[in-house]
Design a protein around this ligand. Structure first.
Ligand code: HEM
Length: 144
């Protein structure tokens, strides 16, 4: 007898679009309210609705679901799209604090949760574009 092996995408394993919506909504609610995320909140527009929609669409494709972001905005090129913002270690840590808390609240499977935290963390590291040093006005780091 043969068994049909199926491998779930992270999108499916998480619970599809409704679960992703919940995650993104909680992530931005935390960014909006946690005092520890004040600096990264300040960097975002007054309304977080557009940011939430973009992140939801990006994560849908990134996790193996429908490529909603590409359909609406083209190739993500996230480093390029974050270039106008001075993303330093502190901003990265504040962003990850919100995402880690949202994932901890919403993903019960510890192995999957830890894998997702690592995946987000690697992406966040990759988006750092300045060391936050004085005189660094354009978000371009001075390289030692
Ligand atoms: C490292 C810390 C990060 C900071 C400080 C940061 C900050 C920002 C800011 C200020 C925006 C613009 C918001 C807007 O225009 O609505 C943005 C957009 C976005 N961010 Fe981040 N972000 C970070 C990490 C990440 C990570 C890890 C991801 C994905 C896993 C991500 C995905 C996005 C997406 C998809 C957009 C929308 C881009 C666009 O369409 O213009 N960001 N981010």
């Amino acid at each position: 007898m043969t068994t049909l092996e199926t491998t779930l995408t992270p999108y499916e394993a998480l619970g599809g679009a409704p679960a992703l919506q919940r995650l993104v909504t909680r992530f931005y609610a935390l960014m909006d309210t946690l005092p520890e995320a004040y600096a990264v909140r300040q960097m975002h527009p007054e309304s977080l609705a557009g940011s939430a929609q973009s992140l939801f669409e990006f994560l849908s494709g990134w996790f193996g679901g429908p490529s909603l972001y590409i359909a609406r905005k083209g190739h993500p090129r996230l480093r390029m799209r974050h270039a106008p913002y001075a993303v330093d270690q502190r901003m990265r840590d504040e962003w990850m604090l919100c995402m880690t808390q949202a994932l901890t609240e919403q993903v019960a499977d510890v192995e999957m949760r830890d894998g997702l935290i690592r995946t987000f963390s690697n992406m966040a590291d990759n988006l750092i574009n300045t060391d936050g040093g004085a005189g660094c006005v354009a978000g371009v780091a001075h390289r030692a």
